[in-house]
Ligand binder design. Structure first.
Ligand code: GTP
Ligand code: MG
Length: 248
């Protein structure tokens, strides 16, 4: 589970794990967030057994952001140890859901995440779910920026990444995403109409880049709160795992 701070990674980890378990799958959950105080689920593997952001702040006299960066380096150090856990070795689960740190930078933009994922690849197929916070997608340009971020993560981590919109219960207008995916030319015109200047011009060009890079173009709305869209999420995950699936 990847996404910007507060987008719903932890909530969706819990919601999707429960949905999978209710459908008969064996699921393990890994918490890779050393900063979280209280988890809503029971993790099978928890990075906080090794270190927490709070301990790092105290031990090294760092502020919260510095401590997250230090934690990132420590994740790199502990990766091999973490991956020796029976969850990965014994392969008794159908799915292992990994809840990543609140600060996306810690995992995505530093060496630790890339290294962890590269090592994880030998244990099975991986799909990244990039969670877009439905509450923060208020304009066409925002939508393009979010989708672009998802592509950058895909390139950086070298795994398939599927962007989905969470907090569907708070999204008032679903049409923007549907137009973006189903009628890109119409979507570009809508961006143009916003008269947002250079950023709008850039966004228009990015629409084509996104279409070239995005594996699964379908508007997926989920809510970790109401549990709407869990089947759609599962379907798209399944599709990415199944190379023979229709990804268009
Ligand atoms: N209305 C609504 N709220 C949600 C939904 N999913 C998550 N939230 C709320 O959004 C906030 C952040 O959720 P988290 O699951 O902690 O998000 P996160 O991405 O794990 O956050 P960090 O790890 O701190 O970056 C919480 O207050 C959740 O209750 C949703 O589908 N609908
Ligand atoms: Mg979280």
């Amino acid at each position: 589970m990847l996404g910007t701070a507060g987008s719903g990674k932890t909530s969706l980890t819990k919601a999707y794990a429960e949905w999978l378990r209710n459908n008969g799958y064996k699921v393990a959950i890994v918490n890779l967030d050393p900063g979280i105080k209280k988890l809503p689920y029971e993790p099978d593997l928890d990075i906080r057994e090794y270190f927490t952001v709070e301990e790092i702040m105290e031990k090294y006299g760092l502020g919260p952001n510095g401590a997250f960066m230090k934690a990132s380096d420590m994740l790199l150090e502990y990766s091999n140890k973490i991956l020796l856990n029976r969850i990965f070795i014994r392969k008794i689960h159908d799915f292992v859901i990994i809840d990543t740190p609140g600060q996306m930078e810690m995992f995505v933009y530093r060496k630790s995440g890339q290294y962890f994922i590269s090592k994880l690849k030998k244990f099975g197929a991986i799909v990244g779910i990039f969670i877009v916070d439905g509450e923060n997608v208020n304009s066409y340009v925002d939508l393009v920026v979010s989708w672009m971020t998802s592509i950058l993560i895909q390139l950086k981590l070298e795994i398939s990444v599927v962007p989905i919109v969470n907090k569907a219960d708070l999204v008032k207008d679903r049409e923007a995403l549907e137009t973006f995916i189903n009628s890109p030319e119409e979507f570009k015109e809508k961006i143009l109409e916003t008269k947002e200047g250079l950023i709008a011009d850039t966004a228009i060009q990015l629409v084509d880049v996104i279409r070239d890079f995005t594996q699964s173009l379908r508007p997926i709305f989920v809510s970790a709160k109401t549990l709407e869209g869990m089947e759609d999420l599962h379907y798209i995950v399944h599709e990415v795992f199944c190379t023979c699936g229709d990804l268009t």
